[in-house]
Each structure stands twice: as C-alpha cells, then as structure tokens.
Ligand binder design. Sequence first.
Ligand code: GTP
Ligand code: MG
Length: 446
Amino acid sequence: MLDRPLRAAIVGDVNVGKSTLVNALLRHRIVVTHHAENTAWNWWFQAAGPDGPRIRVIRRDRPGEDTYKITDSAEVAALPAASVEKVIAELDEPVLADLTIIDTPGLHSQVQENSGRTADLLGVHPRGEQETLAGVGKADVLIYVSDQLPGSSDAERIAGGFRRLGVGSIKTPVDILLVFAQVDKLGFKSQNPLARAAEIAAAHRPEWESVAWNVKPVIAQLAQTARCGVLDASLLGALRKLAALPKGREAACRSVDMLVRRLNTQVDESGAKDLWQNLLPYGLSLGFALADRGELTAENLAAALEKASGIAALESVINDIFRRRQGLLRSAIAMRRLSHAAFADGDTRTLSRIEDMYASAYGRELRDLNDLRTASDQNTPLRPGQREELRVLFSGDYAGTPGEAAKAAVRWLRPANVPGTPPVLRTLALHAAAAYGRLAESKESR
Ligand SMILES: Nc1nc2c(ncn2[C@@H]2O[C@H](COP(=O)(O)OP(=O)(O)OP(=O)(O)O)[C@@H](O)[C@H]2O)c(=O)[nH]1
Ligand SMILES: [Mg+2]
C-alpha cells in the first residue's frame, strides 16, 4: 500500500469518452473506443517492469494469466468478456511514473455485469440503495468523466450518479477530479468551447463542489488524434481536399453523411469517415484555418488539436492534486484502513497510538488532509463560507497576513467552546484555530 503508485480510476457513464481520454493520456491508442458501449472490464495501466512493455490478461474462466504484445491490444479487446477478469497493460510512458491509471466500464450500463466490475473496483454496490462496501475499493482517487455540463437538464446525474452509487460515503471531493468531456458539442462558432465550458463550470461551482475538488473541460477525441499517430498522409490528404472544395466546406461538416457525399469523387467512404471521426467538426475547422494560411502539416495540426483539446491543462491538474501529493494521499489511505481495522477489532491500544501520531508534529500533514476531507464533505455541518475558508486553510493555500491569521485563530476558538457544537465541528474548529495560530507565528518570525 505505502510503496505502490497511486491508483486513479477513470469512471463515468457509458460512452462519455473515458477510453478515448485514457488513450490520449497514454499517448497510445490501446483501449478500443467506439460509439456503442464498449469497455467490458477494467484495464489497468502501469509502468513497465524489467520485462518491458506487455499486456497481461488475468483470466476469469481458468487460473493464471496470458501475456500479449502491446501491438496486439485489439486481439485482447476482442476476447469474450466472460473469460477476462482484468487486463494489466505495462507501458513505458511518463504519465505512468508514480500513477496507475484504470479505465473502467461505464456506470449505469444496460449490461449490469460490466457496471458491476466498476462498482467492485470502487468498493460500492452497483445498486446504491444498499449499504456500501466501504474500505474494499481498489481505486485511491477518481477521475470522473461526464458529458453533462452543470445547468443542463441531465446535470443532476453528476452528483446524483455519485449518491446513487454510494461513492460519496467512501470518497470525498478531495479524492475526485471532474472532467467535462465532449465539450466540442457546445458548438464553436462564437467562442472556443473550452473557454465556454470553463465559464459554465465556474458559474455552477456550488453544483459540483460537493463531489469534486476541481473541474477541467476536455475534448478527448482531439487529444487522442493529436497524440496517437493518427495524422498520417492519407488523413492529411483528405483534409486538404476538403479544405479546397470550391464552396460549402463548412456545410459538408454538418454530418458524417454530408461529408462522405461531398468528398465522394475524391476520397473513399472510409477515408471521409476517418476524417470526421478523428477531427470532429471543430478539428476540421482548425484544419481549414491552417490550410488557408498554407500551414497544414501534421505537426502544425497536431499542435492546434492538442491546444484545442485542453489535455495539457488536465494533466497539470492531475499532477497538482494527485501526483504531487501522492505520498501523503497513500499514507492517509493506509492510516484510515488501519484505524478502521483497529476500530472494528476494538483495539484501543492501536487507536490511541494512531491518535498520538496524528497529534505529533510528524502527523500534521496527515491531520490537515483529514481535516480537508471533513471540511469538503457535505455531511459536515459548515456554512458555505466556512467550508471554502477551511478548504483553503487545510490545502496550505492561505495567503493572509499574520495579524489576520491570529484573528481567524480566535474566531475559530469560539465555535469550539460553544456548548452543543457537534463533536466533528468542535474538532475541526480546534484544528483550524491551531493551524491559524501556527500561520500567525511562522509568518511573524519570517
Ligand atoms: N464529439 C466528441 N466525441 C467524442 C469525444 N471523445 C470521445 N468521443 C466519442 O464518443 C464515443 C465513445 O468513446 P469511448 O472513449 O469509447 O467512451 P467510453 O466512455 O470509454 O465508453 P464505454 O467504455 O462504453 O463506457 C466514441 O465514438 C468517441 O469517438 C469528444 O471529445 N468529442
Ligand atoms: Mg470505454
């Protein structure tokens, strides 16, 4: 537990683009993506060991595992779901240093067997009404992918899907990054869709902050196209022909059928479909702009698609909130498991040692992280302003003066001393007062 890499599971409803995003992060087109429901088991991606890159298939129908070459991933994907327990792909990719990425079958799938595998991984029941199986989940943090922006008619599914699954009782927002996928569907006539999605996300913060630490919009399809060696000579040739159509190239981008029809004398049907599938209307428009300037090369198009996809900004958030803090996150998970077990066994000696550890200077970071979890948990009875204040304080982002910190320390001592304050709030308030007290001192001594 303490020396394995942090595990990030990519979860979300069927067909939102989870596997496309995983391929883009891996810079490898390895998981098959499809317009129909697709991923049937969990794909674990981890750093290659001494045996080099390979795919291991853990069987369900018999003991043992089979090994495949990375280039045989399509063969693996075609195996019958009933015979596969899980697949572990070991790759030499920088994103996998210190981080295991797990692609999962869609939630709320028609095929309950598939969604059940994701529920198993998370340690929840696929039907959330029942009690959750807290503590047996195998994923440490979640990257929750949604194609519904807040404010849309279906947006309740973002928070509702979590509640129904019972994820909220085992993971707090500290463990979850929300990704708004397929934001190219917002349209791009007047404004860049990433910027529009970011504005919408900011305006609807209260709707998502109860489930996630941060939100990033992404166009995974364009990221995959930019990074996975798709931009070959035949695709660029087809794009050049489309860009040079005497009139109505924009109209040809209204649907895949229109595109096939408009290009039919110059490009075969599968070439036209590839163009549509890989670039989407938004990527085609970026290609036209390059063609008009005489700058349409594979490198230039890849750079434009990468920029338009938002993938680099997403990676930097993954680094900030998960990779950079992974040692701390892993220690915290190990400590929580230890205290759960000690509590279940009535082992008071271990429980009091854990208490001592949290109280020591050595345990302070762990305690701050626990307080951060408590403060961002919607079940903790805090006012919105207080919740935000504590999140800033316990993430180490406080930027006030020593005088302000000293005043805040006094302010937080009050609820701690009011009779009838719930114990969870009392502890949190005492910790907040102490944290502000330390900040006041350390800033003064600088
Ligand atoms: N418009 C648009 N379509 C996308 C984007 N990303 C993926 N898609 C399409 O959405 C469909 C589903 O993509 P997948 O990556 O297979 O989705 P998934 O969430 O892994 O699906 P399951 O594994 O079945 O749950 C495919 O047809 C993709 O081409 C995107 O950014 N924009
Ligand atoms: Mg998938």
